[in-house]
Ligand binder design. Structure first.
Ligand code: FAD
Length: 466
């Protein structure tokens, strides 16, 4: 009947988890319908997350590097920032990638239905589309409905209080912006707006910025931000905000709480919440917890055997590469493969300036869990390459098992840390020990040598850094 569809596999949500699952299932011979409420594919990551933020961070980096060039004798003068052009360029980056996804869907004969889907039973969904309700029945379903920005209750409804999506829209460069939340997303946006000329203040409830990372890795970032920002308040939270014509008056409480301050804009970056409560999963008999997360096993299967869930909606860490990895597993399990989530680690990267990246156990976790570990720390002040870049504040740290000397964790801070971390991820997956890394030839002069040097320090084959 018109408005009625059937698919072997229905994927709900077309973010990195959903599109990866849909494409993999189609490649494995399944007939797939992909449901997405947005007009474009790609989810949060491509439309309002990873990609636009990295485009703006790239522009920010150009500005900071130009300013920093002064120290080696190159003066560029005041940059002229054409905000409309920058915004258009960022949008074109997003468009290129989301259009690419539409083509990949077409090539695989994945049917894309744009609309908002909700479960109506264990084998059916109703999708509200611009042309009315469509009913879809399925043999298997993969829930990939992702997450949304978490807001603080009690804040006034004012367009100068924005979330990450508002910040990425780049409608204006506020004179003074408060970043509410010193996690990855908040600090990435702080980096962008600082470079574009805003005065920035940051307030964080916990004792350090980026609370998930080791304190020694956060220190160089903190130092640089502290010098560039108006203020950073730690162990402090926002109590209330009063909005009037002159701006936003913010009241703080906590250890470093200042007197009430005025800002032109407040960016709320206090985390993300799963979209589990908005898709009526109860109708399918799928369990969700009180926060809206859906529990799954290692095969990404929910408590209902033919319904799977992946990505942000199944839990932390809410990262695109975790979502896509899980998407492949769900599709393969549905196609009858013996697949399961078996990654030893999910690396994390803050694309701040400097970048912070870590994988495996952090040192804080190793201490808490009483793991018998040793560490090797190589300061970038002794890296020829870092010095040639005039950026020698970085640190590379390897954690390894005391007995087997196998790598169990790594963390880095410094420019390009997000690219450098991957060598240690592979080392962990391959069960490499310190000797394996120390005996591997690394190109000179590169930042990747800092991993080699740290391993050589662990092995005692280098001792004196300077
Ligand atoms: P999502 O990307 O959230 O996609 C879910 C999709 O489902 C959405 O398109 C939504 O419209 C759709 N949907 C939801 N409900 C329905 C429904 N009922 N019917 C139809 N469609 C529905 N991660 C990284 O790894 N690296 C980064 O650099 C990074 N940067 C980020 C920067 C920002 C500012 C933000 C906000 C996030 C960032 N993330 C980053 C996190 C990353 O975006 C998410 O982890 C990732 O997008 C999760 O993918 P997903 O497939 O689970 O869901």
């Amino acid at each position: 009947a018109p408005g009625e569809f059937h698919a072997e596999v229905v994927v709900l949500g077309a973010g990195p988890g959903g599109y990866t699952a849909a494409f993999r299932a189609a490649d494995l011979g399944k007939q797939v319908i992909l449901i997405e409420s947005h007009t474009t594919l790609g989810g949060v990551c491509l439309n309002v997350g990873c990609i636009p933020s990295k485009a703006l961070l790239h522009a920010a980096k150009t500005l900071t590097e130009a300013r920093g060039a002064e120290q080696y004798g190159i003066h560029f003068g005041q940059p002229e920032i054409k905000l409309d052009k920058l915004r258009a360029w960022k949008d074109s980056v997003v468009h290129k990638l989301t259009k690419g996804l539409s083509m990949l869907a077409k090539q695989r004969k994945v049917t894309v239905i744009h609309g908002t889907g909700k479960f109506t039973g264990a084998h059916t969904l109703a999708v509200e589309t611009p042309d009315g309700i469509k009913t879809i029945s399925f043999d298997h379903c993969i829930i990939a409905a992702g997450s949304s920005t978490a807001y603080l209750p009690g804040l006034p409804d004012d367009k100068r209080i924005i979330g990450s999506t508002g910040a990425l829209a780049l409608t204006n460069i506020p004179e003074h912006m408060l970043i509410l939340g010193g996690g990855i997303i908040g600090l990435e946006m702080a980096t962008v707006y600082r470079a574009l000329g805003s005065k920035i203040s940051v307030v964080e409830r916990m004792a350090q910025l980026i609370p998930g990372a080791d304190p020694d890795l956060v220190k160089p970032l903190y130092k640089r931000l502290k010098a560039a920002c108006e203020a950073i308040y730690l162990n402090t939270s926002v109590n209330r905000i009063e909005a009037d014509d002159a701006g936003l008056k913010v009241f703080f409480e906590g250890e470093q709480a200042p007197e009430p301050q005025r800002y032109d804009q407040v960016l709320v970056a206090v985390g993300r919440r799963p979209n589990g409560k908005s898709i009526n999963v109860e109708a399918a008999g799928v369990h969700i917890d009180e926060r809206g997360f859906i529990a799954v096993d290692k095969q990404m299967r929910t408590n209902v055997a033919h319904i799977f869930a992946i990505g942000d909606i199944v839990g932390e860490p809410m990262l695109a590469h975790k979502a896509s990895h899980e998407g492949k597993i769900a599709a393969e399990v549905i196609a009858g493969h013996k697949a399961a989530f078996d990654a030893r680690t999910i690396p994390a990267v803050a694309y701040t300036d400097p970048e912070i990246a870590w994988m495996g156990v952090t040192e804080t976790e190793a201490q808490k869990q009483d793991i018998a570990y040793e560490k090797a720390v190589f300061p970038w002040a002794a890296s020829g390459r870092a010095i040639t870049m005039a950026r020698d504040e970085g640190v590379t740290k390897l954690l390894f098992d005391k007995t087997t000397r196998r790598i169990i964790g790594a963390g880095m801070v410094g420019p390009h840390a997000g690219e450098l971390i991957q060598e240690t991820v592979l080392a962990l997956e391959m069960g490499a020990d310190m000797q394996d890394i120390a005996l591997t030839i690394h190109p000179h002069p590169t930042l990747s040598e800092t991993v080699l040097f740290a391993a050589e320090l662990a092995e005692g084959t280098i001792t004196d850094l300077y």
